[in-house]
Design a protein around this ligand. Structure first.
Ligand SMILES: *Cc1c(COP(=O)(O)O)cnc(C)c1O
Length: 386
């Protein structure tokens, strides 16, 4: 049996996988088992933010594995303390809870928002409003939070207490902000939903309407965070800081960690015994996170991400066959004139370029460390495919 047959025989078939076995990677290029190279414009869904096996990151991670790899949260570790302090100070939040994934970070945010409201107002104020076409994860709670009907099948009953409003529709939002609502949760740029950025006026309205009613704003920055859009958090570009922000994907360079960040107002809502995770804040993941944060907060780094993103976006828009370019920074959606996104992804793969899809769009989430030469190379392949 080859690797694909072997894996399919023993791993549940929950993914539509491309027929490639990736064996090795360096910077922005990975190699398959036959030695064929692929320029990666997907970063493992925006997760390998510093590319494959970045030197400083790999040193920090390997060093931590050989020092102390796990302790549980019954004890303290210096790396968790340092990562938490760095992350809070860089993002402007008071405190963080560490889980292991984006969905877990969002679960924490949901629990936090409900308890904040319960502590202050008692029962009945528990509804979390999310946006139609959102994506918040695959746990039962975050599936409920996800505003797409296709995710609300098979697994009934789903947890209650979620309601959905149309993105960029302020009236719809107003109509749903009744006395049962404790939080509004949104992605500044919907990733899985099709790489659609929210309108500034809608984001402004969310903050204004929520603050008037002491409703918490939760920003799901699992995909947009960690420098992906050209700022550490996408919220910075909208001029707002949510009460709660969740991060995961790119934050530790490919190691599993999720963060739920809370501001002064709700930093102490989750006290002893109210939440937890065996692996959460694992020393190895925190060491990886510190290496990523040091890199992306270094002088000039995010500015260069912005500039490279602008360059890449302009080049893509010039390709015949491209109907439009959406998203923000290095989170790029490409609308196509006459091809399907999956056909383009498959053809690009054939030519040595890894890209993602989001609904009918081709989606690019290149490593933040990508070079102009690599961008040009990727553009040439995209041109030939389109
Ligand atoms: C990927 C993603 C999640 C889920 O993250 P997992 O680590 O897969 O649990 C949640 N929200 C957004 C916006 C995402 O892009």
């Amino acid at each position: 049996m080859n690797t694909q047959e072997k894996l399919n025989a023993s791993v549940m078939g929950t993914y539509g996988r491309f027929p490639v076995v990736l064996e090795q990677g360096s910077n922005c290029t990975s190699k398959d088992e036959n030695g064929k190279e692929y320029l990666d414009f997907g970063s493992g869904i925006g997760t390998s933010s510093l590319g494959y096996c970045n030197e400083a990151w790999a040193d920090a991670v390997c060093n931590q594995v050989r020092t102390i790899q796990h302790t549980s949260n019954l004890y303290y570790t210096a790396v968790q303390a340092e990562f938490a302090e760095m992350l809070c100070s860089a993002t402007g939040y008071k405190k963080v809870f560490f889980g292991n994934s984006g969905a877990e970070a969002n679960e924490c945010a949901i629990k936090l928002a409900r308890k904040y409201s319960f502590d202050k107002y008692g029962k009945g104020r528990h509804t979390i409003i999310t946006l139609v076409n959102s994506f918040h994860g695959r746990t039962m709670g975050t599936l409920s939070a996800t505003g797409q009907d296709v995710f609300h099948n098979y697994f009934f009953p789903f947890p209650e207490g979620f309601d959905y409003v149309k993105a960029n529709d302020i009236d719809d939002l107003k109509n749903h902000l009744d006395g049962t609502v404790c939080a509004v949760m949104m992605e500044y740029v919907q990733g899985e939903g099709g790489v659609n950025a929210l309108e500034q006026s809608f984001v402004d309205a969310v903050y204004e309407l929520c603050s008037e009613r002491d409703i918490l704003v939760i920003a799901d920055e699992v995909q947009t965070g960690a420098g992906r859009t050209g700022t550490l958090l996408a919220g910075e570009q909208f001029g707002h800081q949510a009460d709660i922000t969740t991060m995961a994907k790119g934050i530790a360079g490919g190691l599993p960690i999720g963060a739920c960040l809370a501001n002064e107002k709700c930093a102490d809502v989750l006290g002893k015994g109210t939440h937890g995770s065996t692996f959460g804040g694992n020393p190895v993941c925190c060491a990886g996170g510190i290496a990523v944060l040091k890199t992306i907060t270094a002088e000039g780094f995010l500015q260069s991400v912005k500039e490279k993103a602008e360059y890449l976006r302009t080049k893509i828009a010039e390709i015949p066959g491209v109907a439009g370019v959406s998203g923000l920074g290095m989170m790029i959606g490409i609308s196509l004139k006459d091809k399907t996104s999956l056909d383009v992804a498959n053809a690009a793969l054939e030519k040595g370029l890894l890209v993602l899809t989001a609904k009918d769009k081709v989606r690019l989430l290149p490593p933040l460390v990508i070079s102009y030469e690599e961008i040009d190379k990727g553009i040439e392949i995209l041109k030939s495919v389109l």
